[in-house]
Design a protein around this ligand. Sequence first.
Ligand SMILES: Cc1cc2nc3c(=O)[nH]c(=O)nc-3n(C[C@H](O)[C@H](O)[C@H](O)COP(=O)(O)OP(=O)(O)OC[C@H]3O[C@@H](n4cnc5c(N)ncnc54)[C@H](O)[C@@H]3O)c2cc1C
Ligand SMILES: NC(=O)c1ccc[n+]([C@@H]2O[C@H](COP(=O)([O-])OP(=O)(O)OC[C@H]3O[C@@H](n4cnc5c(N)ncnc54)[C@H](OP(=O)(O)O)[C@@H]3O)[C@@H](O)[C@H]2O)c1
Length: 282
Amino acid sequence: MVAAANKAKISYVQLLKEDLAIFRIVPENGIPDYKAGQFLTLGISVANEGYKTVRRAYSIASHPENREYYEFVLRWVRKPLPGRVTTQMFYASEGDEVTVGNPTGNALTINETLPDGRPDERRIVCIGGGTGIAPFVSFAKHLHTIGDKREVVVLHGASYQDELSYRTLFTDLETDSLDRGKDKWNFRYRGCVSRPQEWFNRSWNGPTGRVENFLKAKVKGEMSPLEQLVGEKITKENTSFYICGWQGTIDGVMETLSPMGFKTFHDQREDGSFEVKYESYG
Ligand SMILES: Cc1cc2nc3c(=O)[nH]c(=O)nc-3n(C[C@H](O)[C@H](O)[C@H](O)COP(=O)(O)OP(=O)(O)OC[C@H]3O[C@@H](n4cnc5c(N)ncnc54)[C@H](O)[C@@H]3O)c2cc1C
Ligand SMILES: NC(=O)c1ccc[n+]([C@@H]2O[C@H](COP(=O)([O-])OP(=O)(O)OC[C@H]3O[C@@H](n4cnc5c(N)ncnc54)[C@H](OP(=O)(O)O)[C@@H]3O)[C@@H](O)[C@H]2O)c1
């Protein structure tokens, strides 16, 4: 029996491709307060397991100011065996019932203050691999909605260009920044594809390679693509990083940042300072 507080309905499904989709879910008893970057546990009853409810964690892509629905971007896991929850979700339709737990997790929440109590005004660089972009959709919408004045850069890496989910949203947010001026809303977005040689990416002429390459200078001593984008050298004083993706993506980013003296939240200095927060998935 599902607790009433957890009951929810799928209100919208947008298939981006056969194994990638955006879902909107409306809890029966409303949406509690939560923080951009958190995740929750989504449950669905699995037909071939006697309709038992199976639960998995998903990052919330919607922003906390949206009280209408939660949004998620899901990859249908099919190998080596079909995933239990994602298979059921990809067969579900609008109107179907699911369950939701309360939003939780602080690995990827936005840092607001420095250890000495001053506001954290560093540039926010978000690096998402694949569906790891979800928390940063929430970040961007939240920071835009509250009129945050910090500089925000979102970098998204995917194997194929149609997996750059939210490209339209991020491009619109960048256009708004260009229109209104950086003093009002300071936002940049870049996507890259890691399999540029494949037929499906034939029309892509943007950045290529894994997303961590944005931090690596093509020629030693020169500025990295990220530094060219923001127009200055990245230092631990001027930039904080948030990463979500495969462990290889986190490691690839830290390969550049560790020698520059950057510390993660998990490996923070004695005074509580750090520059990098991350959530990995494998
Ligand atoms: C904090 C957090 C946030 C997340 N956010 C997202 C998100 O935003 N979007 C998203 O798509 N995912 C997200 N995930 C991943 C998600 O929680 C699930 O792990 C994922 O969707 C797979 O669930 P599943 O039930 O479909 O697969 P499972 O049934 O759990 O299968 C998992 C893996 O095991 C394999 N497997 C299953 N059974 C066997 C077997 N008998 N032998 C060998 N292999 C087997 C499957 O093929 C698959 O590769 C997140 C995870 C965490 C921890
Ligand atoms: N917070 C979380 O824990 C969380 C959040 C979202 C998703 N997930 C789960 O993660 C799984 C896969 O996610 P996805 O399908 O979104 O990712 P994906 O499409 O497989 O990969 C996204 C990008 O990461 C690159 N990549 C793959 N393996 C890598 C590695 N070892 N090191 C560095 N880069 C790598 C890919 O490059 P190539 O093209 O070279 O492969 C691609 O550019 C799914 O099962 C999903 O459920 C977990």
